[in-house]
Ligand binder design. Structure first.
Ligand code: 5GP
Length: 190
């Protein structure tokens, strides 16, 4: 998507380890209008599929999931990383390796917020090796709900996550796919 590609070029910063920093509009400061506009693109792709819930993971996924959910007129459920005192009772849980923090988290969602009748769109800010998306898919599968599709704002196409998920047959809609980040230069997939 051209708008997002321009924002990545103008405001993004390539950090060591192939990490892209987009704190200016996505991960730290939230450009609400812009994310709402991008969410419309996701809505246009999935609008006829009966989505009634959006699932994401704290923290960075929450803002974009909410702004996208406004278009679908549905609720957002976010997985917490590791069990906290205010999450009691039965939970779905899945292990997830964090690419940027180099550690494994357990993602959890209370059972009361996902169930068999749900048609779920999974959203995350970045898709790299697919650890986060696969853990979210696992949570949906434990609940008996249906995965309608997956959406990443930014897919790092030079890592294997996106291609693996497409091979598994998921409808993966990424707003921008980066094929290369070299010497600070970002190359997008056409
Ligand atoms: P994956 O699980 O697909 O390997 O990585 C996706 C997760 O790692 C996302 O939830 C995102 O928070 C984080 N991540 C992966 N690559 C990047 C990156 O280049 N920049 C930022 N800001 N986060 C990333």
């Amino acid at each position: 998507m051209e708008l997002l590609e321009r924002a990545i070029i103008e405001k993004g910063e390539v950090l060591p380890g192939n990490v892209l920093k987009v704190g200016a509009f996505l991960n730290n400061q939230i450009d609400v209008k812009f994310l709402h506009e991008l969410g419309k693109e996701i809505y246009e792709h999935f609008k006829d599929k009966g989505v009634n819930k959006i699932l994401t993971v704290e923290a960075s996924g929450i803002a974009m999931a909410c702004l996208t959910a406004l278009h679908f007129d549905c609720n957002v459920v976010f997985a917490k990383k590791n069990k906290t005192a205010n999450v009691k009772g039965d939970v779905y849980s899945a292990e997830c390796y964090s690419y940027t923090h180099n550690k494994t988290n357990t993602l959890i969602v209370p059972k009361e917020y996902l169930g068999e009748s749900d048609k779920v769109l999974i959203i995350d800010d970045f898709l790299a090796n697919g650890g986060a998306m696969n853990a979210l898919i696992e949570l949906v599968s434990q609940s008996g709900a249906k995965v309608i599709g997956l959406s990443a704002f930014i897919e790092k196409g030079f890592q294997k996550g996106g291609d693996d998920l497409r091979k598994q047959g998921y409808d993966l809609f990424s707003l921008a796919i980066i094929d290369e980040m070299k010497d600070g230069k970002i190359v997008f997939r056409k």
